[in-house]
Design a protein around this ligand. Structure first.
Ligand SMILES: Nc1ncnc2c1ncn2[C@@H]1O[C@H](COP(=O)(O)OP(=O)(O)O)[C@@H](O)[C@H]1O
Ligand SMILES: Cc1ncc(COP(=O)(O)O)c(C=O)c1O
Length: 274
């Protein structure tokens, strides 16, 4: 039996709903063997208004993890999430080049939901210039698309298209901009651009504030499907169905954070086939 092996190079969300935790849960649900290179650790302080703590790992530690996985095991597809520093972004890009890795999903994480400033502005420039050019698919949300394209706040589908063209020019093969619940539309709209045509992906828009980890989960699902050998459009379609079910069944974990439900898509499929 062929084993499909996916890697996530990303941060840890200690509360379990986003970051590498979301990625691993998603890989498992979609039948792919998941591996991790941990870049930074994010905490939330219940005694201090849930303020975020960010604890970056040393570059050497990330390098050794990548060696373990890429040289020691081999990967069929990989995604990047929160990378935390320019050095780690450069390391991820170099690893992709040195080992001729393919099926690369770049989730250009710049902030955690609820925050409104880029964690480190210099990482945005490095993501755009060093890592986005390696991407098979880059998956910015509206805020990140505004930053990567230089267009600033994006509010309409027309502006999403304009941003997609600019980001494509940075060198990604496919640009997938997530409208999600920040676009004023009755559906949850994402826009896919392959350098030639725009495609709108839409799903039910679910009335909830529990979307913690939605972007991580979506990009991990795309990665898992690419690892199985699916083409980009097919992988994105499955991932969109996966994240829609995960959001439909999301839940409050505590007063502050509500993660998506990683098991919902598989349960729904099993119910249909029962
Ligand atoms: N309320 C919602 N209902 C349905 N789909 C949603 C909702 N919010 C986000 N999505 C979808 O979830 C995926 C992740 O988007 P988003 O939450 O914007 O990413 P991020 O976590 O990076 O900000 C996208 O496919 C988006 O359209
Ligand atoms: C480690 C880590 N990566 C990524 C994210 C981004 O999560 P989301 O998918 O909700 O945008 C977070 C948010 O808390 C995080 O802690």
């Amino acid at each position: 039996m062929t084993m499909h092996k996916a890697l996530t190079i990303a941060g840890s969300d200690s509360s379990g709903g986003a970051g590498i935790q979301a990625d691993l849960k998603t890989f498992q649900e979609l039948g792919v063997y998941g591996m991790t290179a941990l870049t930074t650790i994010v905490t939330m302080d219940p005694e201090n208004n849930w303020s975020h703590g960010v604890f970056p790992q040393a570059v050497e530690t990330v390098e050794q993890q990548l060696k373990t996985i890429v040289q020691g095991v081999g990967v069929t597809a990989l995604k990047t999430g929160m990378l935390g520093s320019v050095e780690i972004i450069e390391l991820a890009a170099k690893t992709i080049d040195d080992h001729h890795l393919t099926n690369i999903v770049v989730d250009p994480v710049m902030i955690c939901k609820g925050e409104d400033e880029v964690l480190h502005p210099e990482t945005m420039v490095s993501l755009r210039d060093v890592l986005v050019p390696k991407a098979t698919v880059v998956t910015p949300n509206l805020f990140e698309a505004g930053q990567l394209s230089g267009l600033g706040p994006i509010k309409t589908i027309e502006q999403m298209k304009e941003a997609a063209v600019k980001i494509y020019e940075s060198g990604a093969k496919y640009v997938l901009i997530k409208g999600g619940n920040k676009l004023a539309h009755e559906k949850a709209i994402d826009l896919l651009y392959d350098g030639q045509t725009f495609e709108i992906l839409e799903s039910d828009r679910i009335e909830t504030t529990y979307t913690h980890g939605a972007g991580c989960t979506y990009s991990a699902a795309i990665t898992a499907e690419l690892a199985k050998g699916k083409d980009v459009k097919e992988a994105i379609q499955t991932a969109k169905a996966f994240i829609t079910e995960a959001i439909r069944h999301s839940f409050p974990l505590n007063q502050y954070v509500g993660p998506t439900n990683h098991g919902a898509y598989r349960r729904q499929k099993e119910a249909v086939h029962a």
